[in-house]
Unconditional design. Structure first.
Length: 283
């Protein structure tokens, strides 16, 4: 009898832990890997297919925000991206250079981007301003088929990773937002930015910055207008692999091109992310 109970318990533990890494439960197990690894020394054009989870939200043709593919149906972004947009919203996956139909570099070409439209928007019910609860999910009109140019980002569904998050020195951000020269970048940009402690962030912004936020940036490397909704993340060891995990969402700036920015800490909303996706996947 005891042996039977032990076997059942062992099987149960294997099943519930099959998507765990440490204390992390992955929303999508097949996540966070790309054909090319990050090679970042400063703000630069992203390598082709190096960020296959990036989502390009637009109203055809106007660019709205960035986002990140989190599974076969949903894209994660910022709630404030939908504040002034009641028009039909489209999501482009597999995009790198929006001025080109097919993206190529000196070695390879990626498949043409895939276009979807937003079937449902799920803005956090407590969202009022970008200062708090600035998180949203959108459900696409059809299932996403993964490829080298379209893959999901890793999302941790356990707040116990907060300690690990606080220990990260540099994050990676990417987006099509404003640069020093243009309001919207045609080419996907990518850079590294340092994490800033919350007390420093509080002194910059003048309002309470808590565990639901992440502060990061500096005078030379930062997010710009239009990067909203895009992922803030880091490479994390996963078994024998290194994968890219999302920790934050680009939320708001003190002023454009002034360094430190505030990001939504998605670890604080892991239950909301999971429940929203589970409840609405079959709909």
């Amino acid at each position: 009898m005891l042996q039977t109970v032990f076997v059942v318990l062992l099987v149960f533990l294997i099943l519930i832990n099959r998507n765990y890494t440490g204390f992390a439960y992955l929303l999508e197990n097949n996540c966070g890997s790309s054909k090319y690894s990050y090679r970042i020394t400063g703000g630069q054009d992203a390598d082709l297919m190096s960020a296959p989870w990036m989502a390009y939200l637009h109203t055809n043709p106007r660019f709205i925000c960035g986002g990140s593919l989190v599974n076969h149906w949903f894209v994660l972004t910022a709630a404030h991206c939908f504040k002034d947009h009641n028009a039909k919203i489209f999501v482009r996956l597999g995009e790198n250079d929006s001025s080109q139909r097919i993206d190529c570099d000196n070695y390879d070409c990626s498949p043409a981007p895939s276009e979807y439209w937003v079937m449902q928007k799920f803005v956090h019910p407590y969202y009022k301003t970008a200062h708090y609860y600035d998180i949203a999910l959108v459900k696409l009109n059809r299932i996403v088929i993964y490829s080298e140019s379209i893959r999901p980002i890793c999302v941790m569904l356990n707040s116990k990773w907060q300690g690990y998050l606080d220990s990260i020195r540099y994050f990676i951000i990417s987006g099509w937002g404003a640069t020093n020269y243009t309001d919207v970048s045609e080419k996907l940009q990518i850079t590294k930015i340092p994490q800033i402690d919350r007390l420093t962030c509080h002194s910059w912004y003048g309002y309470v910055v808590d565990r639901t936020h992440i502060c990061a940036g500096e005078s030379k490397h930062y997010v710009g207008k239009g990067d909203s909704g895009g992922p803030l993340g880091s490479m994390v060891n996963y078994g024998y692999d290194r994968r890219f995990y999302q920790f934050g969402i680009v939320s708001h700036l003190r002023k454009p091109f002034q360094g430190v920015s505030v990001f939504t800490n998605i670890l604080s909303y892991s239950n909301w992310i999971y429940q929203t996706i589970v409840v609405n996947t079959s709909n």
